[in-house]
Design a protein around this ligand. Structure first.
Ligand SMILES: [Fe+2]
Length: 453
């Protein structure tokens, strides 16, 4: 979804009964699509009609996360005046009186059986860096609870984020524990990063319901960034030409940056976060166009660290894919990654784990040379057999584990840790940058430092 709305108006009333009813009103069930599930999202406020509670509330990072924040949600019956409120949180209890209201965009989406869902999006703009805000979404009468988020800093500063490979299957049943362990392991993560195949069938609303149920309230407080995998598209072996398009449920669920190439908005984009440039690529279509765009984005990159992400691996690590892997992603993207010394490439799709050595021109580099680490991970319970024959470029390969990764980025050091569902470390490495050009040379040392592991 899209469009920036400017803040206007003021929130003037507080309903104490909301909290009481939220605490004691109990949980209901709601029939949605072809499944009945515990609806913890029904908001039991006195002024909140049960037929359209805000649900699937999710924060997404914007291109400038130090000054804006996107939120998206939906209802199953239409509301006429969708809006969001935001206030800076202070130690004083009257922070709520400073809340500002912004109008939201609305998008109607036919999900199945001619049922329509109503998706809404808003972008909170003109925010202050490093600042805690509370927000809620609704229609002026029926509101979500107040949730909190903190904006990014404008200048480079240490941060951590969590990266997940494919959830895809049994998402509610088997990924919930991964998500909860990840939150317990890194509750202070600045954001979560998914690299596609969030669900198995991206055109089935019930599967998106399972994903949001599995994530619980975490997306309401921890911003998410994601890119599409092949399961957010129709099967390429069956659907061709102009019919091969991302499923219509992708864009309404999220509000992602629109700074990518034309025709790939909200699937290809970049974000600058406290000294790192994060670049999302879409491995499903128009790869050549993306490679040219990527070259432009990295040629003007002032950030010290560069992390790219793509669903389909550049260097496959699944036994079943080794005969046909790597093409054309490797031939189009690797020269650009090499040219700008991208530090890390995060991938999914193979349902295995792998971590390459630092590579350039498809081969290992020396400790003193610049190179790129390529990681594949998976957080869901679907696994493939791993290809363990690539010791020439891989430092670790494995399969059969649901994993998540905590990545901490400092000025000169990137610390990567992969965890299993028990919270035990499965893999780790460190990248370091050493300035070889003296002190600040004015360009933030874009990949100019020597790196070592
Ligand atoms: Fe995939």
């Amino acid at each position: 979804m899209k469009n920036i709305h400017r803040a206007s108006g003021r929130y003037l009333s507080v309903c104490a009964g909301i909290l009481i009813l939220a605490l004691f009103g109990g949980l209901g069930t709601i029939q949605q699509g072809d499944r009945t599930f515990l609806n913890s999202e029904v908001f039991a406020g006195t002024d909140c009609p049960q037929q359209h509670p805000p649900e699937r509330i999710i924060l997404n990072l914007t291109q400038q996360p130090w000054s804006s924040q996107a939120v998206t949600w939906r209802t199953m019956s239409e509301v006429s005046n969708p809006q969001a409120q935001i206030a800076r949180v202070t130690e004083s209890s009257d922070w709520i009186e400073t809340a500002q209201t912004i109008q939201a965009d609305k998008e109607l989406v036919v999900i199945h059986d001619s049922k329509t869902a109503y998706h809404y999006s808003a972008i909170f703009a003109s925010l202050s860096p490093n600042t805690l805000y509370a927000y809620r979404v609704g229609d002026g009468k029926c509101w979500s609870e107040w949730n909190q988020f903190k904006t990014a800093g404008k200048a480079p500063a240490p941060f951590k984020f969590v990266y997940f490979g494919d959830p895809q299957e049994e998402v509610l049943s088997m990924c919930s524990r991964i998500f909860r362990t990840a939150y317990q392991t890194a509750p202070d993560a600045a954001f979560w990063h998914f690299v596609g195949d969030l669900v198995d069938n991206g055109d089935r609303d019930a599967e998106w319901a399972g994903l949001f149920d599995a994530l619980g309230w975490i997306p309401r407080t921890t911003p998410m960034i994601m890119l599409p995998g092949n399961h957010e598209y129709p099967d390429k072996r069956i659907v061709h030409g102009g019919d091969f398009k991302i499923f219509p449920l992708w864009r309404p669920h999220f509000t992602l940056p629109e700074n990518g190439p034309e025709g790939l908005k909200e699937t290809v984009y970049f974000i600058d976060y406290q000294g790192a440039r994060l670049v999302m690529l879409n491995g499903n279509e128009q790869i050549e166009k993306q490679a040219a765009w990527l070259d432009g984005v990295l040629s003007e990159n002032p950030q010290r660290w560069t992390i790219a992400a793509i669903h389909q691996p550049v260097y496959s690590a699944a036994e079943r894919r080794k005969a046909k892997a790597d093409f054309p992603l490797k031939h189009l993207f690797v020269p650009v990654f090499d040219k700008y010394s991208v530090d890390l490439v995060l991938q999914g799709h193979d349902h295995v784990y792998s971590r390459s050595a630092r590579l350039k021109n498809n081969t290992r580099v020396q400790d003193t040379e610049k190179g790129t680490v390529y990681v594949i991970s998976v957080c869901g319970p679907k696994f493939y057999e791993s290809d363990n024959t690539r010791q020439d470029i891989m430092d670790k390969t494995g399969t059969g584990r649901q994993l998540f990764q905590v990545i901490r980025v400092d000025e000169n050091r990137l610390q990567y840790e992969s965890y299993d569902a028990r919270g035990e470390i499965y893999d780790s490495f460190v990248l370091e940058k050493e300035r070889t050009d003296g002190a600040n040379n004015g360009d933030c040392g874009n990949n100019r430092g020597a790196e070592k592991r």
